[in-house]
Design a protein around this ligand. Structure first.
Ligand SMILES: NC(=O)c1ccc[n+]([C@@H]2O[C@H](COP(=O)([O-])OP(=O)(O)OC[C@H]3O[C@@H](n4cnc5c(N)ncnc54)[C@H](OP(=O)(O)O)[C@@H]3O)[C@@H](O)[C@H]2O)c1
Length: 303
């Protein structure tokens, strides 16, 4: 991979991947929906070497023409990473209709990637798809999720993307994540904010969600996407995580313990809950990926 195009480049995962690919000398075309001047680009991406195009996903079909305006030439090693997604105020909220808009945008991105001559399209999905898929196969009860519209739209995007990629004859790699986290706790997500509160001894509301989550550092996520860009196989569906699932309450309790004892061994009991959903072995087998850090390393990053 000598070149890559990244939609949603200004987001949590996009920024992390841009930084890593820049370090590896990969030429980048970053897409976003905000107008950014040169200084803002440097601040966000940490490099002046990236080309940035303001192009909302609703207009992604204009990419070929717009990319020429910034003298971007796609080569046959180029990978298109699709991270752009939005609800109404955040990633996962909003009506089913608003979530569904992302599906058409993602499918259009594949046709554009193919027209440009990209070698591979890598799409970001979520572990919520796996929960929903499992429910569809096994349950007779009503589907109950706190992120129902998001989960269903993500499944629709995955399936639509697979079909469009097949018809276009471009390689398609699907990926799923649980909780990518900036270990410096700067990104303001619910998990990062709660961990910050715990570190400052501020009271926080105990999570009521008993679902399992798997926290992985954004640097490891970026590493996984680099490897997928280079070695990921057509039609693969990779789970990117650390395979140490726990409930949010268990994560928060583990963090409290860690702050008190500074002893990683004492937090191990919080991660005993194994689930086959959070298994990155296929990713490891195909690309050689394994995470470089674990949840407890937050202590090294932030304090
Ligand atoms: N973060 C998680 O916990 C998590 C977990 C599982 C899966 N994922 C998936 O990973 C992908 C990236 O997530 P993330 O955490 O990086 O999300 P994020 O921080 O919210 O970033 C989303 C990116 O998409 C861009 N975007 C949204 N709507 C757009 C539109 N209409 N046109 C152009 N750009 C648009 C945003 O631009 P602005 O900067 O202008 O808002 C931002 O750059 C998403 O598909 C998400 O579902 C994330």
């Amino acid at each position: 991979m000598k070149k890559a195009i990244i939609s949603g480049s200004t987001g949590l995962l996009g920024r992390a991947l841009v930084k890593l690919l820049c370090l590896k000398g990969i030429e980048l075309l970053c897409l976003g929906r905000k107008e950014l001047d040169k200084r803002s680009c440097e601040e966000i991406f940490g490099s002046s070497a990236v080309k940035y195009l303001c192009l909302p996903m609703e207009r992604i079909l204009e990419l070929k023409r717009k990319s020429e305006e910034v003298n971007w030439v796609t080569d046959n090693s180029c990978v298109f990473y699709n991270f752009a997604w939005s609800g109404e105020k955040k990633l996962t909220d909003g009506t089913f209709k608003s979530q569904l808009e992302n599906v058409g945008n993602s499918a259009n991105a594949i046709t554009v990637a193919n027209d440009l001559g990209c070698k591979k399209f890598v799409n970001a999905g979520t572990i919520e798809e796996t929960f929903a898929d499992s429910w569809f196969k096994n349950s007779s009860k009503e589907f109950n999720s706190t992120q129902m519209n998001y989960s269903l739209a993500k499944i629709a995007a995955r399936d639509m993307c697979k079909i469009v990629a097949y018809l276009c004859k471009i390689d398609y790699v699907h990926t799923r994540l649980s909780v990518p986290l900036d270990f410096t706790l700067q990104n303001g997500s619910y998990v990062a904010n709660t961990l910050k509160k715990i570190s400052k001894n501020i009271k926080y509301q105990k999570p009521t969600n008993s679902q399992l989550f798997d926290i992985i550092s954004v640097e490891d996520v970026a590493k996984a996407y680099l490897l997928i860009g280079c070695h990921g196989k057509n039609k693969a569906d990779y789970y990117i995580g650390s395979s140490r699932p726990a409930t949010l309450e268990q994560f928060f309790n583990a963090f409290e313990k860690l702050l008190k004892t500074k002893n990683i061994k004492k937090t191990e009991k919080f991660f005993s809950n194994k689930s086959s959903f959070f298994n990155y072995s296929q990713l490891k087998q195909d690309t050689g990926f394994s995470p470089s850090s674990i949840f407890e390393d937050i202590l090294k990053e932030s304090f």
